[in-house]
Design a binder for this molecule. Sequence first.
Ligand code: GDP
Ligand code: ZN
Length: 293
Amino acid sequence: MAEGRIMKALSGFYYVQSGEELYACKGRGLFRKQKITPLVGDFVVFDKSADSEGYIQEIKPRKTELSRPPIANVDQAMIVSSVNMPPFSSLLLDRFLVFIESKQIQPIIVINKVDLADEEELEMIKEYKTIYEKVGYRVLLFSAKQRDDMMDIKTLFQEKITVFAGQSGVGKSSILNAIKPSLTLETAHISKSLGRGRHTTRHVELLNINGGLVADTPGFSVVDFSHISKEELGLCFPEIKTLQPYCKFRGCLHDKEPGCAVKNAVNSKEIATYRYNHYLQFLEEIQLRKPRY
Ligand code: GDP
Ligand code: ZN
């Protein structure tokens, strides 16, 4: 018996890294009864059956789980947006933030293409940066075209599993490609031991970068709130989550209720009005949703 982490899944094999070795494993046994299938990112217990091969026997409990891309135990998501082309949208950013928060994953905000920004746009982006930092998020102003920025982002990967997310066209693939060349050495032994040639089908793979694991996929570009209840929504806004214990009514949705600490904070400008308006918009979306049976 050995333990390891699934680094990629391809053609019915799970490639489990254990120490420096990679084992091509088949899944069988216990976890079928558990009714879960192994995911990239899972910690597993496996039987070594032959040289570099094995059978997965057990899947360790997951901290987090995403379905698109299908990865377990993701620690953080780099939510990429751009200053320009496409234009920055705080509404879209907040949608991604809420989605990631609802999955118990730590968001990091990356605002890309700062090289395209004029002075006015740079001012605007800096104001947003201040607001999101006050909420508690880490914000990176970034340019995938300026390679010296890469180290800033790489230091954040250490000891974490990271995914990229964000609207199409903001530069996720560019960032991934820019951080990749430096890791060909680190992952060389993996490709060699697989010996199956380059993959052609789309799949998810975890790459070793700067002491962490990064999902080799631009992740998801659309999000839906179908799994979020109206009571949970406030928990996905850190500044609302902090204040809602002080609302007069338990279960306050911070909409029309009297004695609402959140609305008071909006009035006193402690909470950004646009963030609160996005909250109300998402709340309406959730409340209008057709119940699923
Ligand atoms: P994705 O859809 O999020 O993966 O976005 P891509 O990585 O495909 O990038 C979309 C376009 O934006 C491409 O033409 C990139 O060359 C360009 N791009 C990406 N990052 C930057 C950047 O930092 N600055 C500039 N000027 N262009 C960028
Ligand atoms: Zn309230």
